[in-house]
Design a protein around this ligand. Structure first.
Ligand code: UFG
Length: 324
């Protein structure tokens, strides 16, 4: 199949692209390189530096495309609270322009990179897809808005879409890893401290109602996410539309992750307990039972040690991230 990947120079987009190429798909990738990296683009990809708001350019490259995997988005929660319009313009506006171009070119299959952020603070865990949708920030609101736009497009012009709600993506692929600037995510920050690239990790609060007082999250290996995308694409082309959680089904606290990072690296992770970070729910753990059932998805890398080990291998090989 010929697949258009938006955000192909980003973290999850580049790892999924790697899997699509290895699965003998033809990939056309677009990215405006505002947060993605040219160095993350595989030589086998036909790459275009295009902004999603540039609908005519998108329409021009959609010829012959069978399906779209849409990753391109801003994804920093705190930034989305400070500058919501930046998020609505890029995330929602970009998705609307992309969908309009698809409608005009008759492309009907859309795999969407959604987020656990659509749930906000859950009433209970593990979180199923039927849980209340109450995003706590503009980032989560943009993801939910797009899911609703997809449902409307399905009624109006027969779009088939699959929204994959990721929990905490982590780890690295064989050739691609995490390089956010600035980095805000726990595992790469802990590894930077272990490697002496940062002085300490600030643990955002230890007074949550969890086993050790620090927040619990569901870390899912990015390679397992990629497998789910491959299966999801097949399902989508087979006519399935829907929403699926993608998580590991197990929660780890911030201190659990730090201890695992120390074990895997053999290095100390200096940390200090700081204030809570605004908008952090105490516990976010997915039920991925529906994805397992619908897609026949199995996780090959469920261990937190293995997730951290792959992130560490990538970080040691790319201490400064991608060259550009
Ligand atoms: N944390 C720290 N110190 C840090 C960084 C993070 O204590 O320096 C804690 C956070 O408070 C949180 C946990 O580590 O409890 C994980 O934080 P991340 O920033 O790595 O990830 P989040 O859970 O905040 O966010 C992730 C994605 C978002 C998505 C969200 C959905 O990055 O895009 O999951 O749940 F919206």
């Amino acid at each position: 199949m010929k697949i258009l990947v938006t955000g192909g120079a980003g973290y999850i987009g580049s790892v999924v692209t790697e899997h699509l190429l290895d699965g003998a798909h033809e990939v056309v990738a677009v990215d405006n390189l505002s947060t993605g990296h040219r160095g993350a683009i595989d030589a086998r990809v036909s790459f275009r530096e295009i902004d999603l708001l540039d609908e005519p350019s998108l329409a021009a490259i959609l010829g012959g495309v069978d399906a779209v995997c849409h990753f391109a988005a801003f994804s920093q929660v705190a930034e989305s609270v400070a500058d919501p319009l930046k998020y609505y313009r890029n995330n929602v506006g970009g998705a609307v322009a992309l969908l309009d171009a698809m409608r005009k070119r008759g492309v009907k299959y859309f795999l969407f990179s959604s987020s656990a952020a659509v749930y906000g603070e859950p009433d209970e865990t593990p979180i199923g897809e039927e849980a209340p949708l109450r995003p706590l920030n503009a980032y989560g609101n943009t993801k939910l808005a797009i899911e609703r736009i997809l449902a409307d497009c399905s009624v109006s012009w027969g779009l088939r879409s699959l929204s994959l709600r990721y929990f905490n993506a982590a780890g690295a692929g064989a050739r691609h890893g995490e390089d956010h600037r600035p980095e805000t995510h726990l595992i790469p920050l802990a590894l930077d401290v272990a490697l002496g690239r940062r002085d300490e990790l600030v643990v955002y609060g230890d007074d949550y109602p969890t086993h050790d007082g620090t927040c619990v999250r569901d870390y899912i290996h990015v390679k397992d996410l990629a497998t789910a995308h491959m299966l999801g694409l097949e399902k989508l082309i087979g006519g399935y539309s829907g929403v699926l959680n993608l998580g590991n089904g197990r929660g780890f606290s911030v201190l659990d992750v730090i201890r695992a990072a120390e074990k895997v690296t053999g290095l100390a992770v200096a940390r200090r307990i700081g204030d809570r970070r605004a908008g952090d729910p105490a516990v976010l753990v997915a039920s991925s039972e529906k994805a397992e059932r619908v897609l026949g998805w199995k996780r090959f890398y469920p261990s937190i040690d293995e997730i951290i080990r792959d992130a560490f291998i990538w970080k040691k090989a790319h201490p400064e991230g991608y060259p550009e």
